[in-house]
Design a protein around this ligand. Sequence first.
Ligand SMILES: Nc1ncnc2c1ncn2[C@@H]1O[C@H](COP(=O)(O)OP(=O)(O)OP(=O)(O)O)[C@@H](O)[C@H]1O
Length: 235
Amino acid sequence: MLAINGLHSHYGLSHVIQGIDLSAAPGEVIGIFGRNGVGKTTLLKTIAGWVKPSEGAITLGGQSLNGLAPDRICLSGVGLVPEDRRIFPGLTVEENLQLGLLQVRGRAAKAERAAIDQIYDRFPRLGERRRQLGTTLSGGEQQMLAMARVLVGEPRLVLVDEPSEGLAPMIVAEVFAIVRELRERGCIVLLVEQNVHEALSVTDRFVVIERGRIVLSGDAEDETDRARLLTALAV
Ligand SMILES: Nc1ncnc2c1ncn2[C@@H]1O[C@H](COP(=O)(O)OP(=O)(O)OP(=O)(O)O)[C@@H](O)[C@H]1O
């Protein structure tokens, strides 16, 4: 269970996250929507520890993540797939995956080789390109690598920031298929996505953020809630 209560965070004097409450059960995918600059990325970064919360509580499975360094949060089973993907330059596909595993060493159940081979079974193109520099992959392949680098550590909570940005529809479908698989495995996924219609097909619930606060929340399956969402976003 993920529980976020009264969360605030700042960049210097700029108060970006202004009191967010959000909870999610294992196997739930929550869509996080809102216009540009409302704080969606900052919310994910605050959960992952990249931005320090200034107030509030974040717990995962009863364990407090508040104020922990990003590496400790990662060890607790939280994986962030950032918008810019952050493929490590100068490292091959396999080395990127090894680093993903290194971040959860001590928690990863499987031996390194088995964990990486399992990723290649799921992402054959990454297997074919294992010795290629990660930064030389296509945009879609880099998105897969960014997701695979998190999945290799078997996270309990995955934070995915605008995964479909700039990708062809076929790759977008693949990204959402991975989100569905995570849900089936009982992973919690927080999905920030501009592509609202596509995202709704994989989300259970959604929230809309405005100026760092949740202004609307609803059930992705509920027609009335969906209509409210589309009106709020004017899409
Ligand atoms: N490193 C930073 N330092 C200072 N201000 C920042 C920083 N990163 C983001 N901001 C500001 O914080 C606010 C929220 O940004 P954030 O990226 O979280 O929004 P977002 O909802 O994810 O938007 P987008 O869809 O454009 O990514 C914006 O006003 C942005 O300019």
